[in-house]
Design a protein around this ligand. Structure first.
Ligand SMILES: Nc1ncnc2c1ncn2[C@@H]1O[C@H](COP(=O)(O)OP(=O)(O)OP(=O)(O)O)[C@@H](O)[C@H]1O
Length: 355
């Protein structure tokens, strides 16, 4: 188990990680979420002793990473895909890692097979695509058959087949009882992979809860009504004691409303309806809402989403003011939207992976 206690990291004036305390449970995939610059990579580097905490502590099975003998047998990590010497072949890279951790040579072939790199094992890694580099990084992480695996943005830049492969691999590792800790800034991806979520913003803990609980707390539903007879509709709703809110483009929304009952009420009162539709906020929107105050890098100056805009659309990337749920309601079931553009990305200097 990974355990953080009041973990803090300051770089000059930047408080990258701010008194972070949580545990990463075993047997499930834990998604580590936060906007760009939230402190995810810094936290992961401190877990691996690649960065020294300013204060607080982090332990792996009760010990600091630096105190683990043969650490690859406890924890395997993918921090940066291209953290491999470009002149080295995939096979030599894995063999070097295996030998430094007293892992048998046979494991190298097993891993190359598992990640699908057997055919290019003798090629130098400088010619590898991002996806191949990612697979080699994952092979390195799994070499010691560790109980804990940690991946930093593993699906970045991958094609759909690669994304699906990593998603299924993480689920399988968790099903085997391992601790799987994976960072992302994509709620849509985590919604499909994670069982548990740790959300941070500006280095601080915003949420530590199971995915079902996150969905329960954040997937509010509503019924949207549109009518050319608004007064008649509002009167009918008022007499039935139903609270209504203004929706986008002249529509009305009844939070937690019953679709059939509202349709029947409109019919009984002779109200013509041009729309009667269920609305549900996606997890993507819930995540953006939760982290709204902590987004460090806004694209386009943080223009609010246009009414009814689907999540994931490039313009208006920053969420609106707190409570601006109306702007983000989308028709249909909650589900993954497109990738959010929470920022322009920060040119972070990340040290090379050393394990
Ligand atoms: N070596 C460093 N020196 C100075 N500041 C740093 C360093 N590494 C990170 N930071 C700063 O610390 C903060 C957290 O950065 P970090 O890379 O941990 O965030 P992140 O959540 O991983 O972001 P991203 O999703 O963009 O990778 C940012 O403000 C970043 O600019």
């Amino acid at each position: 188990m990974i355990e953080l206690h009041e973990l803090t990291k300051r770089y000059g004036d930047t408080l990258a990680v701010d008194r972070l305390s949580f545990q990463v449970p075993q047997g499930v995939v834990t998604g580590f979420l936060g906007p760009n610059g939230a402190g995810k990579s810094t936290t992961m580097r401190m877990i691996l002793d690649l960065d020294r905490p300013t204060s607080g502590s982090v332990t792996i099975d009760g010990k600091r990473y630096g105190r683990l003998s043969e650490p690859l047998k406890y924890i395997g990590a993918l921090l940066e895909a291209k953290a491999v010497h470009p002149g080295r072949t995939a096979y030599d890279h894995l063999l070097w890692l295996a030998q430094s951790n007293r892992i048998p040579r046979s494991r190298v072939d097993e891993l190359l097979d598992l990640v699908g790199l057997t055919s290019v094992a003798r090629k130098r890694s400088r010619g590898f695509s991002l996806g191949m580099g990612q697979r080699l990084g994952i092979a390195s992480a799994l070499l010691g058959d560790p109980e804990i695996v940690m991946f930093d943005e593993p699906v970045n830049g991958l094609d759909p087949e690669g994304i699906l492969w990593i998603r299924n691999l993480m689920k399988r590792l968790a099903a085997e009882g391992r601790t799987v800790f994976v960072s992302s800034h994509l709620m849509s991806e985590m919604a499909l992979t994670a069982d548990h979520l740790v959300v941070i913003g500006r280095g601080r803990l915003l949420a530590d809860l199971s995915m079902p609980e996150f969905i329960r707390q954040n997937s509010r539903t509503a019924v949207r009504l549109r009518t050319p007879q608004p007064e008649r509709l509002l009167d009918a709703l008022d007499s039935a004691g139903i609270r209504v809110e203004g929706g986008p483009e002249g529509s009305y929304e009844v939070v937690d409303g019953d679709l059939a009952k509202l349709g029947e009420l409109a019919a009984a009162n002779g109200v013509v309806l041009h729309e009667l539709s269920p609305q549900q906020a996606s997890l993507e929107e819930a995540f953006m809402q939760m982290t709204a105050d902590s987004v460090q890098y806004h694209a386009g100056g943080g223009t609010p989403l246009p009414p009814g805009a689907a999540p994931g659309n490039p313009p208006g990337t920053a969420p609106g003011a707190p409570g601006a749920w109306g702007a983000g309601w989308q028709a249909g079931k909650a589900g993954p939207g497109g990738p959010p553009r929470t920022g322009t990305g920060a040119p972070n200097a990340k040290p090379e992976e050393e394990n």
